[in-house]
Write a new protein. Structure first.
Length: 319
């Protein structure tokens, strides 16, 4: 688990750096030492007082030790991770809210204080960016623990890996079709714009798609659910029944992907807003940049709508 924990930082760091740079910001925009240190310290104190210190620390165990954990240990770790996701919400927001209250309380209508409003509001949003990052790490680890619990409780897992190649082919075809449709949309919108910028052209953002995939796909692989996710998608194209173990594994992979999709979209959007607030004096491209920053939420809504349909088919296949 400790390897998985450190591996989660690689795609998250790369995707976040690309997100802030493509949004017109700099790396200094997303690093606030006070908020970050305050969040970690408050979280550590909270987890100690909660009594879940020992189960939470077990996520840093080696692969061998983790594989030897009992069902009761896994369930305690799962409970500790659920608590950690809630604690991070409160500890991440607490310090920046205090800073924002202080900023507005001492606001005066002059050029100096006006120039400080944007950066201070950006610091407030940076806390939400940290929250999304921490939650993605915790949900990745929680998904891995959940998968271990399901397999531990199952009597057999013989049929879990069947049709992997079939599902992978279907998934690859789906990605190819999506790419073709995106290209056609971009081509058509570039030649048949209804105004200055057509609707289809305005919602096509290749960097946003790439960064969303950089966030989510590696984290799903680290959680050990990528193959399970691909197999679950194949349920749409199959009329075969699945057992309860397969159902639980598929739903765990689908729900994890759905959650990570939302957090990835919010990370990208927050990076765009943070960059805009840091350079609030230049209002020339404020609304166009705001439009671009929420495109990831649009894409994520489409992806998660598809996953909702997959989840429905999985539930029906288990009836």
């Amino acid at each position: 688990m400790i390897i998985n924990f450190f591996l989660t930082f690689i795609p998250i760091t790369v995707a976040t750096v690309l997100a802030i740079l493509t949004s017109g910001g700099t790396l200094t925009c997303i690093f606030d030492s006070v908020s970050f240190a305050g969040t970690i310290i408050l979280f550590a104190i909270s987890i100690i007082f909660s009594g879940y210190t020992n189960p939470f620390c077990k996520i840093f165990s080696t692969k061998k030790k983790f594989s030897n954990l009992t069902l009761q240990d896994l369930q305690k770790i799962d409970s500790a991770l659920k608590l950690a996701t809630k604690l991070f919400i409160y500890t991440t927001i607490l310090v920046p809210v205090a800073i924002l209250i202080y900023t507005f309380r001492n606001y005066y209508n002059n050029s100096k204080t006006l120039s400080e409003v944007g950066p201070n509001c950006a610091i407030f949003l940076t806390s939400f960016l940290y929250l999304c990052v921490f939650e993605m790490i915790l949900f990745t680890l929680k998904s891995k623990v959940k998968k271990s619990i399901i397999l531990y409780m199952s009597e057999t897992s013989q049929n879990i890996k069947k049709d992997t190649s079939f599902s992978a082919i279907k998934f690859a075809i789906g990605i190819l079709l999506f790419a073709i449709i995106s290209f056609v949309y971009g081509y058509i919108s570039g030649h048949f714009a209804l105004g200055n910028v057509s609707f289809l052209y305005s919602i096509f953002d290749l960097p946003a798609l790439i960064i969303l995939f950089l966030y989510v796909i590696p984290l799903i692989a680290i959680s050990g659910n990528l193959k399970v996710l691909l197999i679950s998608i194949s349920v749409i194209f199959s009329k075969n029944k699945i057992n309860i173990t397969q159902k639980n594994l598929y739903l765990n992979a689908i729900k994890t992907t759905t959650t990570l999709n939302w957090f990835a979209a919010f990370c990208f959007t927050l990076c765009g807003w943070i960059a805009m607030l840091y350079f609030l004096e230049d209002k020339t491209y404020l609304l166009p940049n705001l439009s671009v920053s929420i495109i990831p939420i649009f894409y994520t809504t489409i992806f998660n709508l598809f996953l909702l349909l997959v989840e429905t088919r999985v539930n029906k296949a288990a009836e």
